[in-house]
Design a protein. Sequence first.
Length: 364
Amino acid sequence: MNLSINQENLSKALNIVSRIASTKTSLPILNNILIRAENNYLTLSTTNLELSIINTIPAKIKENGVITIPAKILTDFIHQLPKTDVNLELSNNKLKIKAGNYKSIINTTPPDEFPILPKLKEDIKLIIKSDLFKEVATQTIIVAGNDTTRPILTGVYLHTFDKNLYITATDGYRLAERKITTQEGEISAIIPSTTIQEVLRVITDEVNDIEIKINDEQISFQIENIIITSRLIDGKFINYRELIPKKAENSAILDKNEFLRVVKISELFARESAGSIIIKTNLKKQLLKINSITSEIGENSAEIEGEITGDEGVITLNSKYLIDALNVINSDKIKFNFSGKLSPSLLTAADNLNYKHIIMPVKS
């Protein structure tokens, strides 16, 4: 192997793929990056056996070759080099690196033990605009769970229903559903939320489309010259549509930013009570009132004008969950529905129902 490559391009590619190279593994080879040089391209690959990332970048290849090398030392070293051309040359299982006045030699490992990376033969192929993907992914992964004893809830559910494509996630206390687009055929895939996070990290403003391929066991995302492939979570997602309230006894249409400001202030006084805040509607005065009380700090009360309909009601919610929901609803006006102390609340944009965010009440 002998090649020359721009330092900035190489450093950026290494940062992307090295994230999943695992140092906590019984297989030392998973600490490494697989580097393949051929046809004027340098391909960098890593895997943790559940997720793999392949990044292909142009390079001046003088001699083809393939090696594996520890991810951390190579990534950190290349990052510190000056912004100039970097020459990589393999000799006797040692990679010689030269850039300006800097020279280094790093021991490598033959690629024989590196896991075979998946080449996905898709049953389903989707093309989604990158801006839309970022929006729908951000709106849903915030509620994905992290309890590994319930793996289904650690993923996001990409699926079709009534000829529409949806993405949904829940941790058992809150739930988010976003309609993406119309879609023929059937799709049902539970994607690890960590995979979605990796995809979001590599989407830049220059990316237009994301190509998604799905089969029974795996999913891949191609973002220009980067391919991220992941195992799907095995199992059946919960029948969550039964949890979405069909009607509400109380409804308030509010200015989103004002509601968010009031909830953030209330949270300051609610930390001792695990973030619980009390929300009441006042039908006569057309107000939404929010209270938070703690014995050590004191209490806070605020009112927001809005369009209040239905009965005068009260509900206690987790303020952090409410802040998370309001932060990802892309509308100036939001609609807040609830039906008493024990029923789930529903937040949507006031002008469309493409995104639904459900928060279960605090019962204490």
